[in-house]
Design a protein around this ligand. Structure first.
Ligand code: NCD
Length: 301
């Protein structure tokens, strides 16, 4: 693996190998390789992030891979430097792995095309397009709970249209052949393009017999200027409450990529209930990101 740009570019074999590696790191079956020597990673985040940025940093540290967090408020891009030049400059100082989050769709793809082959780009979220490491850690978390995806009904609730997480999950669930994927959203948030599953605006219908329920954040920063959003009516129809959750299977689990707006996407009591895998996702994120870095560095010749 040379870069991690999106889920679509991964084969099922590569996905399985990342899962296997991530579980091995979790069970401490895999010790860090000495071959990280000579490599260095930078986190370049042009959008807010707590868990993804820190998770990549901790993953790198656990592999003994040196990390530099680029502070963009003080960077030369404020002086007009283009991102491609920033990366080329940092590469000359010995950084070869770049974890990038940016508001522009497919910017990681464009950079991977033009930058020299010894620079590796890891997409940590590009606009509304993709968030592959999040989808992979979600898959790892689902697998821990339900091994056989071909017998799993998964329901994703919320702002599907603006969600790079939902996009990557759809592509991943199609590749991994989940039994059923239902996306629940009010009409204004239904996706323009569907990669997997079906869409409904009825939460009760979507939740029926679900094994896994994934709630997405209400992303106010991604609404278009002309979109109106009425929070009380959203909560009335789409907040996951204990009562509504009863429609799902008895041992169903709840996930959320975070950050959670409590009582908007999920009612407080469910966030903290033993159905919730939200903190497990965060824990697994470090192991999946170790696997991603290991796969890329291991492939460098
Ligand atoms: C997601 C993101 O930034 O795309 N968060 C994350 O990475 N854990 C989802 C979100 O911000 O709603």
């Amino acid at each position: 693996m040379n870069h991690l740009l999106d889920i679509a570019s991964l084969s099922v074999t590569e996905i399985e190998s990342l899962l296997e590696k991530a579980f091995a790191f979790k069970e401490e079956r895999n010790k860090p390789l000495l071959s990280y020597h000579g490599h260095r990673l930078a986190t370049l985040f042009y959008e807010n992030s707590t868990r993804t940025r820190v998770s990549f940093q901790i993953a790198a540290e656990r592999l003994q891979l040196p990390v530099t967090d680029i502070n963009l408020t003080h960077s030369s891009e404020k002086k007009g430097e283009i991102i491609e030049d920033t990366i080329r400059t940092l590469a000359m100082m010995g950084i070869d792995l770049f974890v990038l989050r940016h508001h522009q769709d497919k910017l990681p793809h464009a950079l991977a095309e033009v930058l020299p082959g010894n620079i590796h780009i890891i997409n940590a979220g590009d606009g509304m397009h993709a968030h592959p490491s999040q989808a992979l850690l979600d898959l790892m978390t689902i697998r821990e709970y339900k091994k056989d995806l071909s017998a799993a009904k998964i329901t994703i609730i919320g702002n599907i249209r603006h969600s790079r997480v939902a996009n990557s999950l759809q592509v991943l669930f199609a590749k991994m052949k989940v039994q059923e994927l239902v996306m629940v959203a009010p009409p204004i948030w239904q996706p323009e393009q569907i990669h997997c599953g079906r869409v409904t605006s009825s939460l009760d219908e979507g939740l029926q017999d679900a094994d896994v329920v994934i709630c997405l954040r209400v992303q106010k920063e991604r609404f278009l200027a002309n979109e109106s959003f009425d929070l009380p009516s959203y909560r009335h129809e789409y907040t996951l409450t204990p009562e509504r959750f009863q429609k799902a299977k008895i041992n169903a689990v709840i996930m959320h990529p975070g950050p959670v707006n409590r009582n908007v996407e999920i009612e407080d009591t469910l966030v903290d209930s033993n159905h919730s895998l939200i903190l497990r996702q965060v824990e697994n994120g470090v192991f999946m990101r170790m696997a991603i870095l290991d796969e890329i560095v291991g492939g460098i010749v």
